[in-house]
Design a protein. Structure first.
Length: 154
């Protein structure tokens, strides 16, 4: 029974050629264009498609509208280009980004910098840490240690 249903759905691979609110247009290997709705298969985030994605499409018999069941292959990643900056842009309207977890590590081979306005924290691979700011406050509820081979204050 299930085999007959799957055969009648005309499952095929296609390429996304256009996106709209809740629908996409795909073009199959026979160059036929089909408007499709994207099937939500879980409670997770919805499938985000971009032009060029390969998807699995089901088209019910006698229907002009199909359904995208999922992505066949992940989107093609841009080839690595040494020295190139990859920028993560927070969507417009988002004011706070929170990364939560029991242990979070941010690693860099050469250096790491956190910057905001006139303040920054910079760490390099040799272990040098530079904290810059207009005003810097350091507080401890218990013991506050300042340790080093030598300590210079002013």
């Amino acid at each position: 029974m299930l085999d007959m249903l799957l055969q009648s759905l005309a499952l095929r691979e296609a390429t996304v050629v256009a996106r709209r609110d809740e629908a996409v247009t795909v073009r199959d290997d026979d160059d036929a264009a089909v408007d499709c709705r994207v099937l939500q298969t879980s409670n997770g985030p919805p499938l985000t498609l971009v032009d060029g994605d390969r998807v699995l499409v089901a088209v019910p018999p006698g229907s002009e509208t199909g359904y995208v069941l999922g992505r066949v292959t992940p989107p093609a990643a841009a080839p690595a280009d040494p020295g190139r900056v990859v920028e993560v842009v927070v969507p417009e309207g988002v004011e706070t980004v929170r990364i939560a977890g029991r242990h979070i590590t941010i690693a860099a081979d050469e250096s790491l910098a956190l910057e905001c306005g006139g303040g920054s924290v910079r760490i390099n691979k040799r272990g040098k840490v530079v904290v810059l700011g207009t005003d810097i406050t350091s507080r401890a509820k218990r013991l506050h240690k300042v340790k080093g081979a030598s300590v210079a204050i002013n």
